[in-house]
Design a protein around this ligand. Structure first.
Ligand SMILES: CC(=O)N[C@H]1[C@@H](OP(=O)(O)OP(=O)(O)OC[C@H]2O[C@@H](n3ccc(=O)[nH]c3=O)[C@H](O)[C@@H]2O)O[C@H](CO)[C@@H](O)[C@@H]1O
Ligand SMILES: C=C(OP(=O)(O)O)C(=O)O
Length: 425
């Protein structure tokens, strides 16, 4: 197990550059096995999810190399194989191999994915998409078996709820299907536009990504002729904006697409942080007085559930009680008892309703990261609290935060990582 050790209380300043988006990358990599050529990406974040996706691809004889943000994937000699369940379980997005293997081979056998423990994460809408395209889906124990004995055929699919994962998986299965697929009530997240851009540049015909109706005309071949640059990670950006507002004396956060963070920026400004928003960067000035605010998480372009936990420590600095309604994952509250160990006063009032009260005396403590964004909130809490904070199970954080130690150190934070003999849980 890895532990993060933070000596808090130091003020942060300087610049930090945001990496490529985890949630794009983890869709782009499985998508690349649909290509009939080598595929190249840059701005790929240095995160554990990428290494685990490489392990999964290697089991299918898909070779890849990854260094300095450049990722090359060669799917031209791909073979069907049993996928390694430990790597599959290490991340959520391994379920994108259901859609991409189905698109490539007309069948897929994938163990149920892992990912963050943020409450129930059903896949009924993914299955609805596959079945609508003509696939048959069977579950046996922990495994999903998908076949398409008569091929995949475009159709009209209405998603019963807005799901990022189901939208991505349906696109992956439909991109080489025969005929036209019309996906209604699709998710509109920027990462879906990034995926569609990547596939379209290889010859796919996907229109409407970023709106709630996506139209896909199936094509036979996908050939990559250029390098795809992954969009900046809006969740990593929001995490550093929150960290800088809570503990900074002036921090410039670079490589941001502000349009991807509109709801978050609006809430930070409402909280009293006078953000200076530029074309591709945001300056966070030192803030002495914070207002209490109300937040409700909703699908894009609303306030992202993935930023609910990272903004929470900042709200403990407000003058009155703030309230967050977590609509997407009401059980995404495992940060609360841990942040309270640092002296914060946060209450899980009822299903998804969180009260954050002013707290003054924060002291470091030993805490545990239950999942990635809970962990990110603990990193911010640890930087705010006096004394030493030890964050156990930090692998969860490193799943999705590019060069975290280097970036926080560059901002004058005191943080290091240590290996411990205790098993991860
Ligand atoms: C790798 C990736 O991109 N992960 C993101 C993705 O997760 P993920 O794609 O898993 O999240 P979804 O958008 O699918 O989930 C949204 C909501 O729909 C529900 N649902 C989803 C699918 C389904 O078949 N049935 C169903 O009921 C979920 O329980 C949840 O309440 O979007 C989430 C919501 O923005 C983010 O927190 C995750 O960071
Ligand atoms: C929930 C998240 O990730 P995943 O879907 O990969 O578990 C996240 O990035 O906040």
């Amino acid at each position: 197990m890895k532990k993060l050790i933070i000596h808090g209380g130091r003020r942060l300043s300087g610049e930090v550059t945001i990496g490529g988006a985890k949630n794009s990358t983890v869709a782009l990599i499985p998508a690349s096995i649909l290509a009939d050529s080598v595929v190249n990406f840059d701005s790929v974040p240095d995160i554990l999810d990428v290494y685990n996706l490489q392990i999964i691809m290697r089991s299918m004889n898909v070779q890849s190399s990854f260094a300095n943000g450049e990722l090359m994937i060669d799917p031209t000699a791909i073979e069907e194989a049993e996928l390694p369940s430990t790597a599959i379980k290490s991340l959520r997005a391994s379920y994108y191999f259901m859609g991409s293997l189905l698109g490539r081979f007309g069948r897929a056998v994938v163990t149920f994915p892992g990912g963050d423990n943020i409450g129930p994460r059903p896949i009924d809408q993914h299955v609805k998409g596959f079945e609508a395209l003509g696939a048959e889906v069977e579950y046996d124990d922990d495994t999903v078996r998908i076949t398409a004995p008569n091929g995949l055929h475009g159709t009209r699919i209405y998603m019963d709820m807005v799901s990022v994962g189901a939208t991505v998986n349906t696109i992956l299965a439909a991109v080489k299907a025969e005929g036209t697929t019309i996906l209604e009530n699709a998710a509109k997240e920027p990462e879906i536009i990034d995926l569609a851009t990547f596939l379209n540049n290889m010859g796919a015909k996907i229109r409407g990504a970023g709106t709630d109706t996506i139209r896909i005309v199936g094509v036979e071949k996908l050939i990559s002729n250029n390098v795809h640059t992954v969009i900046p990670d809006r969740i990593e950006a929001g995490t550093y904006l929150s960290m800088a507002a809570a503990q900074g004396d002036g921090v410039l956060v670079k490589n941001i697409i502000p349009e991807h963070l509109e709801a978050f920026i609006a809430k930070m400004i409402e909280a009293g942080v006078k953000l200076d928003v530029h074309e591709d960067s945001i300056y966070v000035p030192k803030t002495d007085h914070f207002n209490a605010i109300k937040i409700k998480t909703t699908p894009f372009p609303g306030f992202a559930t993935d930023l609910q936990q990272p903004i929470t420590p900042l709200l403990t600095l407000a003058d009155k009680e703030s309230v967050i309604t977590e609509e997407i994952y009401p059980e995404r509250t495992r940060h609360i008892p841990e942040l309270n160990k640092l002296g914060m006063d946060i209450d899980n009032l009822s299903h998804g309703l969180i009260a954050i009260r002013p707290s003054t005396q924060l002291m470091g403590n030993s805490v545990s990261a239950a999942e990635i964004r809970a962990g990110a909130s603990l990193v911010i809490g640890g930087l705010m609290a006096d004394g030493q904070t030890v964050i156990k199970n930090s692998e969860h954080i490193l799943r999705g935060y590019d060069r975290l130690i280097q970036k926080i150190t560059q901002l004058n934070g005191d943080i290091r990582i240590e290996e411990s003999d205790e098993p991860m849980h």
